[in-house]
Ligand binder design. Sequence first.
Ligand code: ADP
Length: 249
Amino acid sequence: ARTALARSQKLEAVGKLTGGVVHDFNNILHIISANVQLMLRSGNNAEKRLRNILDAVERGSKLSAQLLAFARRQPLHPSVVNVGDLLERMDSLLQRAAGESIAIELARRDGLWNTLVDPNQLENVILNLVINARDAMEGAGKVSITLGNLDAASIAALADPEIDPGEYVLIAVSDTGEGMPPEVIERAFEPFFTTKPEGKGTGLGLSMAHGFVKQSGGHIRIASVPGEGTTISIYLPRHTGAAGTAPPA
Ligand code: ADP
């Protein structure tokens, strides 16, 4: 019954995917063709039209990249990852995604444990979290990324029955944005759930993050205060084996 349920949920997700995506893509194509037609007709406002076209093309490619990542969720290619090194490598990428008026602070401790995850997917997930933080802050604010080791005692102290006992590496991404009301938190991991204006959000970012973290044997949590900000915490299991690629657990 479990696999039948999983299968039907998957089919439902695919159905929603097709509908939602076809709709978004049509809108994007419409913007491109309308702007090209206007340029052909008038020759005026060329720069503004070109900007609109470029904007639509960028939205289209972002959407297709997310869709591909969604469709290709499996298989993961895990390797031994130090999240501190990974985050440091992403520094300029994250700063560019956040924009100039948003400061990104990385708090990294020495002696961070390793974890066994697909580094490319983890990068995607973190980039999505930073983009969400940016979108929640309307221009100015701060994103703090905190990395740390959580031993078995601190995991037990969390008293979260769904987090397996054990040792984890924590990646917490906090923003000083608008926050999320409880009804948004409740649905945030659903594929295609978005509160963003049409064409801006795909509703796939957090659902992909959730899928990736679960497949990696970890956990993801949202803590948010409307008007103050949001923290997304990702717990990835500690890996004590030797470096190098390894098959999924
Ligand atoms: P998308 O960003 O395309 O809308 P996500 O799955 O990444 O899709 O996020 C779903 C929804 O969760 C967003 O539309 C937004 O309402 C909410 N959300 C996610 N991250 C944040 C955040 N850092 N601050 C406030 N709301 C957020």
